[in-house]
Design a protein around this ligand. Structure first.
Ligand code: ADP
Length: 296
């Protein structure tokens, strides 16, 4: 599978430019689209799943132009929107049965087998007779992903799937998604949570204010922050000045003050004798990119 996005632009009716010419190629595996709220992630995803048209530019799926092959492309896709709603009057299994029918499975026997298998895969078989709106937040997300997966799509698009989940549910959800990223399947996951990307994605991009700031492997993203992450010790009275100058990532109190990890955007080493370089992680790199942007 391959998704190719070329010069994609979206200007909303009020004139707001939510995507400013995005170019991106997504290959098999798990792709994480990272960016702060308002970056344009949902806009990009809604265009990908053909719910909305771009103002300019093209998307190709396996070489097929999206706008010319909506039906074929839709048949390949499963989508979990950010604000997914359930029909409150349907039980979990009925909801999936309906989703399977929508995905084109006409035989009720086939649907039943599919639904039972999917309920087991997402760990909801025990609650199959519970009404969808009576499930816990984490269970609702899993039912949401189950409906996105029911026709075994080749491209799975999930928008901010871990928002509002507790840490345990979040890990469960990520593991479920990474199990699905088998051969010849693309999973596109949007998130503003760095941990969602570091734990599961082999490809990522950073979107900010409608512009793509990075696309590639998470390792390459992290490498760009090398030389910009430092640990320092600071006295209580220095904190205000330090916060003014650097992005403080961690601050652990000690007797004399704080032990800090800081990110320096423009200049490299902080002007301090005790500064020790720290090997960056994805969170550092994200802060580094966002800081560099803010300083531009
Ligand atoms: P993200 O998913 O990264 O939070 P969105 O794609 O939802 O970002 O939104 C990007 C920007 O476009 C935001 O500033 C948002 O307010 C704006 N936007 C989103 N949908 C609409 C719309 N229907 N009309 C006008 N502006 C919109």
């Amino acid at each position: 599978m391959e998704i190719k996005i070329e010069n994609l632009r979206k200007v909303y009716s009020g004139g707001y430019e939510a995507l400013k010419g995005v170019n991106l190629t997504i290959g098999n595996g798990m792709f994480g689209l990272l960016g702060p709220n308002g970056a344009g992630k949902s806009t990009l995803m809604r265009i990908l799943v053909t719910l909305m048209d771009a103002s300019a530019g093209d998307v190709f799926v396996n070489g097929m132009k999206l706008t010319d092959h909506r039906k074929e492309v839709r048949a390949l896709m499963g989508y979990l929107p950010q604000d997914f709603r359930f029909f409150p009057k349907l039980k979990s299994w009925e909801f999936l049965d309906y989703a399977a029918a929508m995905a084109g499975v006409s035989s009720s026997r086939e649907r039943q087998m599919m639904v039972d298998k999917m309920l087991a895969e997402v760990g909801l078989y025990e609650v199959r007779n519970r009404f969808a709106n009576k499930l816990s937040g984490g269970m609702k997300r899993r039912l949401g992903i189950a409906q996105a997966l029911i026709g075994y799509p080749k491209i799975i698009v999930v928008d901010e799937p871990t928002t509002g989940l507790d840490p345990e549910e979040r890990i469960r959800f990520r593991n479920l998604l990474s199990q699905l990223s088998q051969e010849d399947v693309i999973i596109v996951l949007s998130t503003h949570i760095v941990g969602d990307i570091s734990s599961s994605c082999n490809q990522m991009a950073l979107l900010n204010k409608g512009e793509l700031k990075f696309a590639g492997a998470p390792d390459a993203f992290i490498r760009q922050a090398e030389g910009h992450v430092w640990s320092i010790n600071a006295g209580f009275e220095e904190m205000a000045v330090i916060k003014e100058k650097y992005q403080v990532i961690t601050s652990i109190p000690s007797n004399e003050g704080y032990s800090l990890e800081i990110v320096t955007a423009g200049s490299n080493a902080p002007d301090r004798n005790d500064a020790q370089p720290v090997s960056p992680n994805l969170e550092h790199a994200y802060v580094y990119f966002m800081e560099s942007e803010a300083n531009d």
